[in-house]
Design a protein around this ligand. Sequence first.
Ligand SMILES: [Fe+2]
Length: 177
Amino acid sequence: MKVISVKHKTDIIKGECPFFDVVKNEVLTLLHFCNPISKDHTNVKASIHTEWYWEPNNIIFKNLQHHIMSEVEKYYKPGLCADGSRRYLEPDTFWCNVYKKGDHAISHDHRIHDFAFAYFVKSKWYSSPLIFTDSGKKIRPKEGTFVAFPGFLSHYVPKQRYDDTRITLSGNFRIKR
Ligand SMILES: [Fe+2]
């Protein structure tokens, strides 16, 4: 076998959540009751990383995931077959990250999933960006906005340099089998 690296152009999408204040209140309340996982089990070296399937029955979080998923469906049209039939996406993992001063995420991808997203719940303009590793493309956090991308794209978060917490929700979508 021989491996040949090729440059590949792909797109990421950004958008807004129309009910961002409801999401923020819900996250800030429910974080008091979460069971964080150990930093040893994730590339996200944050002060809090909730369970991978956080609050699976929460209707606000379900609505957020479906809002982002429908934007991904609209743009990428994944699962479109040659005969015109279509296989749609479904949400998979969903969790919350709380970054405090010094926290960061090492470069990683979500390649076992078809698409991934990060949603900015709480941030300041100077909070650490999300950076796509290969291109160096920086996404500045803005409360109420999301970025969604194919799961194979590597990304990282540099060290949070300020005291304000930076809170994100992350999740994955997969094409229904
Ligand atoms: Fe990630």
